[in-house]
Design a protein around this ligand. Structure first.
Ligand code: FAD
Length: 537
């Protein structure tokens, strides 16, 4: 085993010798001393936004990307071989970086920490190739800006910055079309920005290092194997070892935790796959929620919508789907939707493989059916194309999830309801799914009500007829408070699902709720800023 490793910090090699495996990157940076005016990386609450750094990485479809991540949740050995930038690097760049110049010109009046948080999220957005719509702009910054009163000013700056990036990409694409290198732009391999960070990013290929086996001064171990077999063998060798994925769940107790052995899933090829099959999506357990949203979420609308409000961009950039399910948080908002999507979870150990429908994965007491030595390998999410539905004797499938929280994001959900119905051509319900989290010690499914819906016409009368069963089956059984309110929500979320979706006779969905009136998620944010307008920044 090795007692040291290196990573790149702001373009220079940084060596780590014997440092504790449970130390976070934020603690490490704080110990190194801070830049006088910069963020201090002192202990902070990740639920308040954390302290961010930018991580160069390769996305689910193989393109190099910068991802803003919370350094307070990153265990230091996770950084071995990684390429990290802090806000300081952008502020010191000469000539000034577009994002820094735009923020300074707008006098956003935020403290150094908030400025760094916002700045790095804007930098990530600036280099994002897919950022075009208002909904994406909000998704990029939500969780951080929903905590400030400065949203209007921030949104204006963000639109300027992202519009500039869009204009540069647009111009580069026009040139590329003529010279036949358009593919390089799509692959993120052509530098359209010409600054030190963009040059660095297009050249970024993570080194194909050996597996990491690191031991700290207290003999605590951190392994980062490359294959599933190695991971399972390590788990077998160290029965008390804890598997670690994105670390956003475990990182909250970093420093205080005393794990003797940590085994990271981050480099395990088999757990990082994301595959679109004719009948389903196969999502490796170690795929981040951002990657799930940007691939599966584009195809499976309700999943994309739900993930865009999960925690914050910086958390989603690390948090994995497998980690989320393994935690089995009673308020977890993804599980009910996966139930409504009829997803299955695949588990693996040295003894073999097994799988289970999503609803059967969770056990009493906030636990799951995972056995010692077993890990989540993947989650399969069915695709409901017209031909697949036809084979099932259905014509259409409605599915949605509703999350109730105190704030739009970066906030523990109070309750989530997810629903789906498959309808025959005459509007008869062929199959139904009604699931909730945040009500009990595990996600609950209203199976009796689902059965009662089958064979009925999908109309208001049917909804009213099954509500008593929903009420009876979905009991508030935890001690999180607001019981009366949550009892009401069980009913109203289901009704909302009915009223917000097209009826057999309708051509279009009925949109309810204030959000839809001003959200305009599909509106391009650069509309107001003509692409050719060079005066913008
Ligand atoms: C600020 C903040 C906001 C958050 N908001 C939410 C929220 O809104 N909703 C929510 O549900 N959660 C939330 N979380 C909790 C957490 O971020 C998520 O649940 C996340 O998806 C966990 O994934 P991870 O990859 O980071 O898991 P990790 O922290 O790496 O691991 C969590 C647990 O899962 C186990 N594990 C990981 N991968 C596997 C695997 N493949 N097989 C078996 N076991 C595995 C680990 O051993 C560990 O016990 C939040 C956390 C923070 C810090």
């Amino acid at each position: 085993m090795q007692s040291w490793f290196t990573f790149e910090l702001n373009g220079a090699e940084c060596r780590v010798d014997g440092v504790a495996t449970n130390k976070t990157l934020a603690q490490f940076l704080a110990d190194r001393g801070t830049w006088p005016e910069g963020p201090c990386f002192a202990p902070t609450d990740s639920w308040a936004g954390g302290d961010l750094v930018l991580l160069a990485t390769i996305d689910a479809v193989g393109r190099p990307k910068y991802r803003a991540v919370d350094a307070t949740l990153l265990f230091l050995p996770m950084m071995a071989g990684q390429d990290i930038w802090t806000w300081e690097a952008f502020c010191l760049m000469d000539p000034g970086h577009t994002v820094v110049r735009a923020m300074r010109a707008a006098s956003l009046e935020c403290g150094p920490r908030a400025e760094a948080r916002l700045g790095l999220l804007l930098v990530e957005g600036y280099y994002r190739q897919d950022l075009r719509w208002m909904g994406q702009l909000r998704e990029q910054l939500d969780g951080i800006v929903t905590r400030t009163a400065n949203w209007r000013a921030i949104e204006r700056v963000a639109r300027q910055i992202f519009a500039k990036a869009e204009r540069m990409r647009h111009e580069a694409e026009q040139i590329a079309q003529a010279s036949g290198v358009g593919k390089l732009i799509q692959q993120g391999r052509l530098d359209v920005f010409d600054d030190i960070f963009s040059r660095h990013l297009v050249a970024y290929y993570p080194e194909d290092d050996e597996d990491l086996s690191y031991v700290d001064e207290s003999k605590r171990r951190f392994y980062r194997p490359k294959t599933l077999v190695e991971l399972l063998q390590l788990k077998n060798q160290y029965p008390d070892a804890e598997v670690i994925a994105g670390g956003t769940g475990m990182g909250q107790t970093a420093g205080k935790s005393e794990w003797e052995t940590l085994i990271s899933t981050e480099d395990v090829e088999e757990l990082r796959v994301i595959r679109k099959e004719p009948n389903h999506w196969e999502i490796g357990a170690a795929v981040t929620l951002t990657s799930v949203g940007e691939t599966v979420g584009r195809d499976v609308g309700p999943l994309g919508k739900l993930l865009s409000r999960f925690a914050s961009r910086a958390v989603r950039n690390r948090a994995t789907l497998g980690g989320n399910l393994a935690i089995a948080a009673t308020y977890g908002q993804i599980a009910p939707l996966l139930i409504a999507l009829d997803a299955r979870v695949h588990l693996t150990s040295l003894e073999g493989e097994r799988d289970a429908p999503m609803a059967m994965f969770f056990d009493r007491g906030g636990k799951s059916i995972l056995r010692p030595g077993e890990v989540i390998r993947s989650i399969s999410v069915p695709r409901f194309t017209e031909s697949i539905l036809e084979k099932r004797g259905s014509q259409s499938r409605l599915c949605d999830a509703y999350m109730v929280t105190l704030r739009r994001s970066l906030c523990e959900p109070l309750m989530t309801g997810a629903f789906a119905v498959e309808l025959a051509a005459d509007g008869t319900v062929k199959k139904a799914w009604i699931a909730y989290s945040g009500v009990s010690d595990r996600p609950l499914r209203a199976r009796k009500a689902e059965k009662e819906l089958v064979g009925r016409k999908w109309n208001e009368k049917a909804i009213m007829q099954v509500l008593p069963s929903v009420n009876q089956e979905i009991k508030i059984e935890d001690d999180r408070g607001n019981d009366d309110y949550r009892r009401q929500l069980v009913i109203t979320l289901f009704q909302k699902f009915y009223f917000q979706h097209p009826k057999v006779a309708d051509d279009v969905a009925v949109e309810l709720g204030a959000a839809s009136e001003f959200a305009h998620p599909e509106q391009p944010f650069f509309d107001a800023l003509a692409l050719g307008d060079k005066s913008v920044l």
